[in-house]
Design a protein around this ligand. Structure first.
Ligand SMILES: [Zn+2]
Ligand SMILES: [Zn+2]
Length: 281
């Protein structure tokens, strides 16, 4: 399977990282995980045929993971490539879809004359719980409840040949990730908390002053619901994965230092995510 990291940022809007979104392409299907801000524009930029996506998994209902939902649903429908859309997610996923039908009722009626195609009026929702599993094009997809500020699920995709890709979603370092990600070929891991690099700050334009520090948060809530780069390295080491990809990066991070911190406890390959990064699993 081919995995593309469409968006690798945090809730803080910056131009070089969209909100969280990953796309998995198998031989015959393409499915998406999360739909954060700027997803649609990144999909176009990365030349992903997103009108054909019929399955969307949402790891949790934080805005940096679902804010482009309406935009994705409407514009993918407009492309006319799909016949159905199934949205998998935690409690609240029904409400997300129903709110679209509610808010955009008249807009949908208007557009149905313009785009007389399927895949908009009958969107299915499937509630994810811990241990949920399904299969897409012979690839097994499983979930693990992780530890974040709201109900959140990590996702594992296992190809028919046994190759495995795991996305941690947003989580603090928890023991159950070790087993869930055990021996995965690639682990894409929340490494939200990392050191600051002043050279990354733009010379002009909008600067997020609060993030010009190693410790941009006044609350412990962030530290209790995300991982550091060192945590990511330890999880990768404990799980015995081949490669760990550090993602969910805040503005102005020192990514070289983050990589070094992950490598302190992990002998495998450490990659710092960038929007558009693709890899074969
Ligand atoms: Zn979150
Ligand atoms: Zn997030």
């Amino acid at each position: 399977m081919r995995v593309t990291l469409v968006g690798t940022g945090s809730p803080i809007p910056v131009l070089d990282r969209a909100g969280t979104c990953l796309v998995v392409e198998t031989d015959d299907e393409t499915f998406m995980i999360d739909c954060g801000p700027n997803t649609v524009h990144r999909l176009i930029e990365q030349e992903i045929s997103y009108g054909e996506i019929t399955d969307l998994f949402i790891t949790h209902h934080h805005l940096d993971h679902n804010a482009a939902f309406y935009n994705f649903v409407f514009t993918s429908w407009a492309q006319g490539g799909r016949e159905s859309l199934t949205v998998y997610g935690p409690d609240g996923t029904d409400a997300l879809v129903d709110s679209m039908y509610d808010i955009y009722e008249e807009d949908l009626e208007y557009r149905k004359d313009i785009y007389p195609t399927a895949g908009i009026t009958d969107i299915d929702t499937v509630q994810i719980i811990d241990g949920f599993s399904t299969t897409i094009d012979g690839h097994d997809i499983e979930t693990l409840g992780v530890s974040h500020s709201i109900e959140t699920y990590a996702i594992k995709v296992t190809a028919p040949d046994g190759r495995t890709f795991v996305f941690s979603a947003d989580t603090s370092k928890i023991p159950s990730l070790k087993e869930f990600a055990g021996d995965a070929d690639v682990l894409v891991q929340d490494a939200c908390i990392g050191p600051y690099d002043e050279d990354q700050v733009p010379d002009d334009g909008l600067v997020w002053e609060q993030y010009c520090t190693d410790t941009p948060y006044s609350s412990d809530a962030v530290y209790e619901s995300h991982c550091t780069a060192a945590d990511a390295g330890e999880i990768a080491s404990d799980a015995g994965v081949d490669t760990v990809v550090l993602t969910h990066l805040m503005p102005y991070r020192d990514t070289n230092e983050m990589q070094r911190r992950a490598e302190q406890s992990f002998d495998g390959m450490v990659i710092v995510a960038e929007d558009g990064l693709e890899f074969e699993v």
